[in-house]
Each structure stands twice: as structure tokens, then as C-alpha cells.
Design a protein around this ligand. Structure first.
Ligand SMILES: Cc1cc2nc3c(=O)[nH]c(=O)nc-3n(C[C@H](O)[C@H](O)[C@H](O)COP(=O)(O)OP(=O)(O)OC[C@H]3O[C@@H](n4cnc5c(N)ncnc54)[C@H](O)[C@@H]3O)c2cc1C
Ligand SMILES: NC(=O)c1ccc[n+]([C@@H]2O[C@H](COP(=O)([O-])OP(=O)(O)OC[C@H]3O[C@@H](n4cnc5c(N)ncnc54)[C@H](OP(=O)(O)O)[C@@H]3O)[C@@H](O)[C@H]2O)c1
Length: 517
């Protein structure tokens, strides 16, 4: 069943038509065929924890290549889609959907799809690959451990045994609602930024606490509702970059994945051509390549038009008619000197983020210092367990996108490790790669794995395959999902040789024990 799509008229929308045509071709060439239900899927079998875009996409890749999976999701079926199932109807992608192709079969109808379209594409993917029959909802994973043969058990043996595990629990758990002194005295309404669907803001004064992507979304919501005044109360500075696929891709193409001696160039260009008269909103002491920037162009226009105000401040307390703050000038850090002010408000929006889901269900040895997350092999494989990959849930900050090609690449690297013992890295070599990355990024203002760009990620993948001749036969499969049959046949030949030498074949060895470099 192909994904539902409506192709635009090429004369009226030539760019969108070309984009859509590209997506149809990508689907035809790169999407693995859905599995035929009459044929059994083979081992290795994988447990996938979380049914957001990462878990569903990873599961679709596994099943499409003939590997069995079971998805465990803490929420009920309405939470298919993870965080996107729990945010406002008005939420949409900030980054261009070209960088949000979480599976080759995804068919975006526009550059910046909204929540409904994202959930609809995910639902179609889930059904297309028969994952509806392979998802256990209301199943929070608390414990992941191994039996004596090294097979993974999820919570209890009654849930089956697995050769590999993909943790896809995301980074956005429950909404964070910090206690702000005086909030009980406030005369208006208080909502978290993820609860704005259906709320009325017309003619009201809206104060948004927080200066991240959700604050910008709350600003867009309030502006669309024709609020009287919108104040964003930000205690720390973040970079804002324009909503432009080419510019954002260029930023994501910094191969060093960190601030370098050349970073002043994009920073200066941003200030001159994007911030312009609002240059004092740009972070004074924080480089572009140190924290995830917000991707938005409207925010500047709304501030210029006087519809919104960006207040760099610390929150003192909530009073009956608003919020008492300490306004600070550019470059003055949080807690520094400023001037007291009361921001009047009828509605407070807490854009204070989400708590991070825990990975503590993984075995303790996955977190041994100095190799605790995110300091893992390729940031996702704990060095003590090459049969586990924690995709999209270990990162702190970066420029790129969470929902892109790399979900498939990480999944296929894990499949390669599970199927072919000669490719599976040993703990020793995984730790050396981590040490090497730390050394290469020793001058970075952030920790080596605390910030990365998309090109750096691609380089990691290239390194992972190019450096090890045993992995060369897997290159097309790892990068494009093509040609799994050939490397599998070669592994069978290697198995025959191994058998002849009296050594265990690939399906008999502990899939968590790495021997390669
Ligand atoms: C409003 C909004 C807009 C965003 N826009 C963008 C964007 O434009 N570009 C971008 O790249 N990113 C964006 N993001 C970030 C977003 O988090 C990712 O794009 C992506 O949706 C993450 O998907 P995920 O599957 O990794 O995690 P999630 O969607 O968070 O899914 C994780 C799932 O795991 C389940 N789970 C957690 N713990 C357990 C457990 N112990 N046992 C079982 N199940 C568990 C959760 O219930 C959840 O369903 C946005 C986020 C928000 C909130
Ligand atoms: N469309 C999109 O692309 C989109 C939209 C929404 C969210 N997201 C993603 O979702 C994730 C979460 O984003 P988010 O904006 O919800 O959260 P966030 O990035 O964690 O930002 C939270 C903001 O709230 C501030 N804050 C927290 N507690 C506070 C307190 N007690 N007093 C004052 N300020 C406080 C933080 O300040 P400090 O920085 O000083 O801590 C920060 O500015 C991010 O990965 C983001 O990229 C994406």
C-alpha cells in the first residue's frame, strides 16, 4: 500500500511538484518491501522501546529487511507518534521536511508539514509494514537484561527474548512545570506550551516563560489568535536561524561539529542579514555551534511589527496581574544585575520544556564513567553492549534534524553487528573511538558528544564502515538499505569456514560480544 499523496500541479507549484516527484522516486528505489505475512520473519529479533517516529521507523526498516521486531510503548494507541501525539494541533516542523525524512516512504505535501500530517505519515508507515500487529501498548519498559546466552529480556521473560535492542524513548517526556513563586495568586490562566489547542487568546496579554522552540511556537499560536500583546520571557539566550532549507543545510554541514576559528563568519552574517536591527537579541557570549538553535523567521517580523516583545530576564515572582522580572541587558548572565519590571499578563504559557525520559532500564554497565551516555560509540551504542542502540535519545544539542536518514543508518549498523560477528566491535575499540572523538574535539567549548552537526554524523557513519574491511560488503546496505542478501550470503560462506575450523557459527555466538575493531 503506497503512502497517500496528492501531487501538485507542476505549472502552479513547480518546486513542490519536483520535491514530491523526488519523494515518489525515493520511495520506489529505497523503501524496503513490506514483509509478506505468510512468510515468517527471521532472527535476529529486535526489541524496540518507544513508538515515536524513531521507534516506528527503525521497526519498519527491520521488518522491511526481513528481521522480526516487537515494539514496546509505554502509552496507549493514541500515543503512537510519541511527542507529536501530545503537542498542539498548531505545532509544525520548524526545520524543512527535506531534513525530516524519517523513512524513504514518507511523502510530505509541503515544506513544513504540521502535526496532523506528521502523525498521518507515521500511522501509514506503521500499518504499511504490519507493525500494528507487532506493537504492545501500555507497556512501560523498566528493565532490560540478558539471559545466560546473552539474549535480551524486556521486563520479564514472558515478553520473549531478543537478539538486539533499540531504545527509542526520545528526549521529550512529561511537560516540565517548574514552581514559580506566587503562581497561585495569578488572576489569569496558566497552561503548558503543549496544551494550547482550543485555548482562546484573542485580545489577551500573553506572557510566555521560556526562550526555546516551544516559546516561539506559543508566540505563533498567540499571534494567530490575535492576542493583544505577547511577551517572551527568556532567561538565557539562544540563536535563532531562518526557516530556509539551504541556509539550515549549510549550518548542518559544519563537518567539525563544533565552534571553530571560522564560526564568527556565519554568526556575523546572521546578525547582519537576519537579526539586523534586532542584533542585541543574538547571544553575546555563546557560539552558534554550542546549542540547538531555534529555526524561525516569523519571530523577528512579529517583534519588528510590535506584536511581540523578547525580554531577556530572570523571573522573580508571579503577581496577580502579571510577572515580576529582572530585565537584563545583552551579555549579562542569568542572575546578573538588571532592572525590575512587571510584565502584565492575562495568560501565562509555561514553555519550560519537557523532562527527559530515562534510559536507566539499560544495564548499569552501560553508564560506567567515562563512557556514560552520550559518550557512546557513534553516540548510540554503549561500549559494553554493541547489540544495543539508543537512537535519538542520547543527544543534548545539535544542528540538523532528529527525524532524518540517520534513523535507518543506525538501525542497519545494528543489524550488521547482529548478523555478522566479524563486523561487531569489541568494547576496547568502541572506547578507543570515543577517546579519539574526545581528542579531536578537545578544543570544543562543549563536551565532545554534547553538540554535533549533521555532517559530523555522516562522517561518523563513513568512518564506521570505511575503516573496517569486514564492513565494506555492508556499505550499500548500511547507507541506502540496498542489497542485504549479498552480505548475508557472504556471512553464510564465512560460517561454513568457521564451522570447518570448529568455531561457533554467527547464530551461535553471543550477539553482544564484539570481536572486531
Ligand atoms: C512541538 C515539537 C516540535 C518539534 N519539531 C522538530 C523539528 O522541526 N525537527 C526536529 O528534528 N525535531 C523536532 N522536534 C523534536 C522531536 O522530539 C523529534 O522530532 C521526534 O519527534 C522525536 O521522536 P522519537 O521517536 O525519538 O521520540 P518521542 O516522539 O518522544 O517518542 C518516544 C516514545 O517512547 C515512549 N517511551 C518512553 N519511555 C518509555 C519506556 N520506558 N518504555 C516504553 N516506552 C517508552 C514514549 O511514550 C514515546 O511514545 C520537535 C518536538 C516538539 C515537542
Ligand atoms: N517545531 C519545532 O521544531 C519545535 C517546537 C517545540 C519544541 N521543539 C523541540 O522540543 C524540545 C523542547 O523544546 P522546548 O522549547 O519545549 O524546551 P527547551 O528547549 O528545554 O526550553 C525551555 C526554556 O524554558 C526555560 N526555563 C525552564 N525552566 C525555567 C524556569 N523555571 N524559569 C524560567 N525559564 C525556564 C529554559 O531556560 P534555560 O535555557 O535557561 O534553562 C529554556 O529557555 C527541543 O528539542 C526543541 O528543539 C521543537
Amino acid at each position: 500500500m503506497p503512502s497517500e499523496s496528492r501531487i501538485e500541479n507542476p505549472l502552479l507549484h513547480p518546486f513542490l511538484f519536483t520535491y514530491q516527484l523526488g519523494q515518489v522516486l525515493t520511495d520506489k528505489i529505497l523503501s524496503p518491501n513490506p514483509h509478506n505475512p505468510s512468510q515468517p520473519l527471521t532472527r535476529p529479533k529486535l526489541a524496540i522501546i518507544g513508538a515515536g517516529i524513531t521507534g516506528v521507523s527503525a521497526a519498519a526498516h527491520c521488518v522491511g529487511h526481513g528481521f522480526d521486531v516487537q515494539i514496546f510503548e509505554a502509552g496507549d494507541e493514541k500515543q503512537l507518534g510519541g511527542i507529536w501525539s501530545r503537542v498542539n494541533n498548531t505545532s509544525s516542523l520548524q526545520i524543512h521536511s527535506l531534513m525530516y525524512r524519517f523513512h524513504p516512504s514518507v511523502q510530505w505535501q509541503r515544506g513544513y508539514p504540521d502535526r496532523q500530517q506528521i502523525l498521518s505519515q507515521l500511522g501509514q508507515l506503521w500499518k504499511r509494514y504490519g507493525l500494528d500487529k507487532k506493537t504492545k501498548f501500555n507497556m512501560k519498559v523498566d528493565k532490560v537484561y540478558q539471559d545466560e546466552k546473552g539474549l535480551w529480556i524486556i521486563n520479564s521473560p514472558s515478553n520473549g527474548k531478543f537478539d538486539g535492542v533499540i531504545a527509542a524513548v526520545g528526549t521529550c517526556g512529561a511537560p516540565k512545570r517548574p514552581h514559580i513563586p506566587g503562581i497561585d495568586k495569578f488572576g489569569g490562566q496558566v497552561y503548558h506550551s503543549s496544551e494550547l489547542t482550543g485555548k482562546r487568546a484573542r485580545g489577551k496579554k500573553i506572557a510566555v516563560i521560556g526562550g526555546g522552540a516551544s516559546a516561539v511556537e506559543a508566540l505563533e499560536f498567540a499571534a494567530a489568535e490575535e492576542a493583544d500583546k505577547i511577551s517572551i520571557l527568556a532567561r538565557s539566550d539562544k540563536w535563532v536561524i531562518p526557516r530556509n532549507a539551504i541556509i539550515d543545510t549549510l549550518f548542518a554541514f559544519n563537518i567539525f561539529g563544533q565552534e571553530t576559528m571560522f564560526s564568527w563568519i556565519p554568526e556575523k552574517l546572521l546578525k547582519k542579514f537576519f537579526y539586523r536591527d534586532l542584533e542585541d537579541l543574538a547571544p553575546a557570549n555563546k557560539g552558534l555551534f554550542t546549542d540547538t538553535p531555534m529555526v524561525n523567521s516569523d519571530v523577528m517580523d512579529k517583534i519588528r511589527a510590535g506584536k511581540a516583545e523578547w525580554v531577556r530576564c530572570d523571573i522573580e515572582e508571579v503577581v496577580e496581574n502579571g510577572i515580576k522580572v529582572n530585565r537584563r541587558a545583552q551579555g549579562v548572565p542569568s542572575g546578573g544585575p538588571g532592572r525590575e519590571d512587571v510584565i502584565e499578563a492575562d495568560m501565562i504559557v509555561l514553555a519550560t520544556g519537557f523532562s527527559r525520559p530515562s534510559l536507566s532500564f539499560l544495564p548499569n554497565d552501560s553508564f560506567e564513567e567515562p563512557y556514560g551516555a552520550p559518550n557512546w560509540y557513534l553516540q548510540t551504542f554503549p561500549p559494553s553492549h554493541p547489540s544495543v542502540s539508543a537512537i535519538n535519545c542520547t543527544y543534548l544539542a545539535g544542528i540538523g534534524s532528529v527525524g532524518n536518514w540517520h534513523i535507518g543508518i543506525y538501525t542497519r549498523i545494528l543489524l550488521m553487528f547482529l548478523v555478522d560477528p566479524l563486523t561487531r566491535p569489541s568494547t576496547f575499540w568502541m572506547e578507543r573511538w570515543i577517546d579519539m572523538t574526545k581528542l579531536l574535539k578537545a578544543k570544543s567549548p562543549t563536551g565532545a558528544f554534547d553538540f554535533f552537526t549533521y555532517l559530523e554524523l555522516v562522517w561518523w557513519f563513513a568512518f564506521c564502515v570505511a575503516f573496517n574491511p569486514f564492513r565494506w560488503k555492508w556499505a550499500f546496505f548500511v547507507f541506502f538499505g540496498l542489497g542485504v542478501a549479498l552480505p548475508r550470503r557472504l556471512v553464510e560462506v564465512e560460517d561454513t569456514i568457521r564451522n570447518g575450523l570448529g568455531r561457533p557459527t554467527s547464530d551461535r555466538v553471543n550477539r553482544d560480544q564484539g570481536v572486531s575493531f
